[in-house]
Structure formats: structure tokens, C-alpha cells
Ligand binder design. Sequence first.
Ligand SMILES: NC(=O)C1=CN([C@@H]2O[C@H](COP(=O)(O)OP(=O)(O)OC[C@H]3O[C@@H](n4cnc5c(N)ncnc54)[C@H](OP(=O)(O)O)[C@@H]3O)[C@@H](O)[C@H]2O)C=CC1
Ligand SMILES: O=C(O)CCC(=O)C(=O)O
Length: 417
Amino acid sequence: MANGNNPFLMAQRQVKSACDKLGTEEAVYEILKNPQRVVEVAIPVKMDDGSVKTFIGYRSQHNNAVGPYKGGLRFHPDVNMDEVKALSTWMTFKCGVVGVPYGGGKGGVIVDHRTLSEGEYERLSRGYARAIAPVIGEKVDIPAPDVGTSGKVMAWMTDEYERATGEFAPGVFTGKPVEFYGSLGRTEATGYGVAIMARAAAKKMHLPLEGAKVAVQGFGNVGSYAALYISQMGAKVVAVSDSTCTLVDEGGFHIKSLMEHLKNNDNNLTGYAGADKELHRDELLTLDVDILMPCALENQITAENAHDIKAKIISEGANGPTTIEADEILDERGVVVVADILANAGGVTVSYFEWIQNLTRDIWTFEKVQEKQAELMENAFAEIWDLKEEKKTNIRNAAFMISIRRIEQALRLRGLI
Ligand SMILES: NC(=O)C1=CN([C@@H]2O[C@H](COP(=O)(O)OP(=O)(O)OC[C@H]3O[C@@H](n4cnc5c(N)ncnc54)[C@H](OP(=O)(O)O)[C@@H]3O)[C@@H](O)[C@H]2O)C=CC1
Ligand SMILES: O=C(O)CCC(=O)C(=O)O
């Protein structure tokens, strides 16, 4: 990994730049530049063939001045300590952007879960939950799904945590299945938010959403629902991709048919009969569209391809999809980038709603969840847009600035600065 594309260095530069623009005292960056704790665990798993394999996992707890650590768990072969540290840093500022009372955390395991049987996947998930049980808790650190994990994994982990501690603690993980203390609207939440943020940016730019062309990179939890909701808002999703290919349909995809195809095709987009053509997966980013939604992994939009991006709006479903150099190029070219810590904050927002329901034993309707999510994110967008205009900066910097102001207050009131 080139140093410039190390996500943790990138996260630190983003925080520093916003602290400088705000003129905060040095102690603020000094505290926020590193996670408070990073735990590495080795998880032995009995494999189906009788052998034992040890997997390495992490949990990074960035800052808890505002509230318990909060953030997802990633199962992916490229997981590493710096990535987890970066993702936990972004979580702290994401929670500050939408004003939910959490700090940032993130975890991961180095594994390609698709190579595991269902039983091995469950034993690994349970092993990870047991390993981090001493450092998490309903009011300490609350993990959630990310790449390679899902509601099913959160249910296994909640059960394992409860067995390990002897407590009934449904609020220790969020993103659980609705039938197992999950919240209606959590599965859809991140993608829904990415679509709402694209719509808010389009309105500011006087770009009619009706018929606007959209490309969505990554068709997992975030990408598929971002595609579904933006198409329901009137836009035309003309390209989607996953790690196997890019599919193009100039007439606009029927998103629910694509989601159905995935279920019947080993979770791969390739081979979908309803597409005009199939391209290499990376070709999606530079297609001639109005809105681009990167919903896969970090470092996708770089100095190498930023000049070729045709979209006028980018709504970042993924964490860290745009490098700092690419951000500068996009800024110069007038492309509006709705930054990850705002665009994908719908997930943690509805995780917060799930947690409230768990702690109070309440159950909210789908409509209530979506209405409250939309209101919270639209208000955050409006506040950040106004600050961006006032300070003549971009959305990312303004989002970090608003968040840092909130965290700085908590640090001060706790007597840490
Ligand atoms: N889940 C959530 O609530 C939240 C997730 N995020 C972020 O959103 C992003 C996606 O997460 P999520 O949807 O949960 O993960 P999933 O595992 O559900 O989906 C990931 C998707 O990205 C695809 N993908 C992987 N590599 C590439 C690539 N190089 N080009 C194109 N597609 C690729 C995968 O394809 P394949 O299946 O073929 O591997 C899959 O379709 C991550 O950055 C995550 O951190 C942010 C906020 C909340
Ligand atoms: O739902 C959550 O708590 C966190 C989701 C997440 O990992 C993220 O926003 O990147």
C-alpha cells in the first residue's frame, strides 16, 4: 500500500486539516489523532476437516468522550490494523456529524468468509465475540455489521456474548435481525441515507433527480439499497458493480430483480440476463453518469482516475473511497462529494435507534425509523452545506469541523483539555 493511500494516515490528515481550519488548540488534535485502545486477538477455529486454524482479528476503540464506542465489524482478507484504526477514527467523527451520543470503534477479522462453511463462519464469529467480550458491552462498545458480516453474524455474536457474561444484553450489538432484537429499517438504513444525501446535493445543484443517471459501485448491503432508493426517487441506475464485473443498462435497472439475481447466483452480479453489457468492474467509476455512489471499499477514487470521473455528484456509501489527492482534483473540477462521514451515517443513526429500542424494550415502526433518519440526515446536510459555503471549503472538511466542535466540547467538559 502506498503511504499516501494508507487509510489511517489519510484519516489523520483529514482530522488535522479540519482542526487547523477551525483553529482549535493543539491538544484537540493531540487527543484525536490516535485510537485510545486497539486490541488484537487470535481466534482458533475447529475447521470441518478436523484441523484447527487461527484467525487474527482486531477491535479499535478510537474515542469515547461523547459516548460508548460504536462501529462495524469487517470480515475481509485485506483487513489490517491501520485499516481498522482508520475506520474507527471515521466512526468518531461520523457520530459527531449526526449528533448521536457515541464515540468511534471498528473491528475486523482477516478472512475471506466465502471460503468457510456455514459452521466454520459461525464458529469464527462466536470465537471473535468471545475474544473481544472483555472490552465491549451495551454501554461500553457496541459493534455492528460491515463488509462480510450481517444480521445473522450479529445474532451469533450477541448470543455468544450473553453466554460469556451471563447477562441479557441485546443492545451489545446492533444490526441484528428484526426477529432477534433488531430494528425495522436498519438493513436499509445506510443505502437509504446515501440516496437521501445524493438527493439533497442534487437539489442544491439544481440537478433534476427524475431521469438522472446513476452508477453504484458495490452491490452489497449499502450499494443495493442505495440503488433501490435512488431509483424510487426517480433516478435511473444505469450501472452497478461488484468484485466480479460492472453491469450496464442504459434504460435503468430494475433493482429488485438484480437483488433476486444475487440470491440465486452465489451472490455475484455476473451473468445477469437483464443487462445491455458486462464490463470490467473498475470501468464503472468513469462512466458517463450524473451521480456516482461508491459503496465498496477504500481507495477507489484516486489521483489516477479522478480526472476521468464524469459524475457531478458523488455520494460516498463506502468509508474512505476517495483519496486526499483525488479529493483535491474533484474539488478543482467542481464535483460535489458528499463525504462518507455524512453520506453513510444512516447506518449508525439507525443502529442508535435500535439500541434505544433494546435498552427501553420498545419497538418502533418502519415509518418512524425512516422519518427520523431522514430528518436527522437532512438537517446535518443543511448545517454542513451552510458551513462549507461560509468557510469556502468542501463538504468533507465542513463535516469534520462540525463534528470536531461537538467532540471538543465533550473533551473540555470532561476536563481532558
Ligand atoms: N453495512 C453498513 O451499515 C455500513 C457500511 N459502510 C461501508 O460501506 C461499504 C460496503 O459495506 P457493505 O455494503 O456493508 O458490505 P457488503 O459486504 O454487504 O458489500 C460489499 C460490496 O462491495 C463489492 N466489492 C468489493 N470489492 C469491490 C471492487 N473492487 N469493485 C466493486 N465492488 C466491490 C462486493 O462484491 P463481492 O460480493 O463480489 O465481493 C459487495 O458487492 C464499506 O466501505 C463499509 O465500510 C458504511 C456505513 C455503514
Ligand atoms: O451501525 C453501526 O454502528 C456502524 C456502522 C459502520 O460500521 C459504519 O458506519 O461504518
